[in-house]
Design a protein around this ligand. Structure first.
Ligand SMILES: [Zn+2]
Length: 302
């Protein structure tokens, strides 16, 4: 309980998005290094590696992140749809949005970045070393690639949760219910399907039949404290942290890397560009993570 409370205070529990309007304030003389040889030396000695991943890890798979300027669904941004208020007022519209996203994910394969992480975990495990993935992604591509130790802080698109009884269930049906078949087009000219609420996904538990929702954390919602407690432990125990494919603007995940860095532990960022948190890190490698990560995590020559 104490640890749980500490997790709440240390990390903050609500998911929120903070768009940085200015670039990172670079501290003179504190620029992160991009020396891969030096990083590889640190990597060779690490016993417990925490890898924090965001949407960028899946970008090469073709999955939209719903974060960019042009990534809207119909006329809405994900921040307009992925909220408890939107789900409560427009459950059919929100389910269409998530149905669209589920169908996209089912089509996609893991990227070279997902595979590099999964292979690294398996290789290091055989040497008695630990790798944990702490991901903001709600897709299942880390698991598809073979990662075993994955903490999904924003939930899972392939799970449902009953709003009445709270039951969480893995669900990979396509479509998830008959009424959603053929719906979910992102085209702004397409009208809402306006599916009656009793035709949306419903709980299969006996005597419940409550409305199901995607088991993901909506904006403004509380993160699962059990998952956060595990994350807290990993961040405290790791001796190397990688921050991969995240713009570091969604909290609390944006603070995971800086928190590890504040203990004096090396943190390496792999991203298309610098982020508002780059200045906190020891290393920064610019470029698509499906290119930089396989090099960084490749087996070491003996
Ligand atoms: Zn139920």
């Amino acid at each position: 309980m104490l640890l749980q409370r500490r997790a709440i205070f240390a990390l903050g529990l609500r998911m929120c998005s903070s768009q940085a309007t200015t670039g990172p304030q670079t501290i003179e003389g504190a620029r992160p290094s991009s020396d891969m040889t030096e990083f590889r030396q640190v990597f060779s000695k690490a016993k417990h590696i925490a890898i924090v991943t965001g949407a960028g890890v899946a970008a090469a798979s073709g999955l939209p992140t719903f974060r960019g300027q042009h990534e809207s669904w119909r006329k809405w941004k994900s921040q307009d749809l992925a909220t408890p208020e939107a789900f409560s007022r427009y459950p059919s519209r929100v389910w269409e949005f998530y149905h669209y996203r589920r169908e996209l994910v089912m089509d996609k394969k893991p990227t070279a970045a997902h595979y590099a992480i999964a292979e690294c975990e398996a290789r290091l495990r055989a040497q008695g070393r630990d790798v944990v993935v702490i991901t903001q992604c709600i897709d299942d591509l880390h698991l598809k690639a073979g990662s075993k130790h994955v903490l999904k802080i924003h939930g899972n698109l392939m799970e449902t949760r009953c709003v009445s009884c709270g039951h969480v269930h893995s669900n990979k049906h396509s479509p998830i219910c008959a009424a959603l078949k053929g719906t979910g087009s992102p085209d702004p000219n397409v009208a809402d399907a306006q599916i009656p609420v009793d035709k949306l996904p419903r709980c299969e538990k006996k005597d419940c039949h409550g409305l199901l929702r995607p088991n993901v954390v909506f904006f403004g919602e509380t993160l699962d404290s059990h998952v956060l407690t595990k994350v807290e432990k990993e961040l405290e125990e790791c001796d190397l942290c990688l921050v991969v494919g995240t713009s570091s603007i969604v909290y609390p995940a944006a603070m995971f890397g800086p928190r590890v860095a504040s203990r004096g532990v090396p943190v390496a960022e792999f991203n298309l560009s610098t982020s508002p948190k780059t200045e906190y890190f020891t290393y920064h490698f610019t470029g698509p993570c499906e290119t930089t990560l396989p090099t960084a995590l490749a087996p070491l020559e003996s």
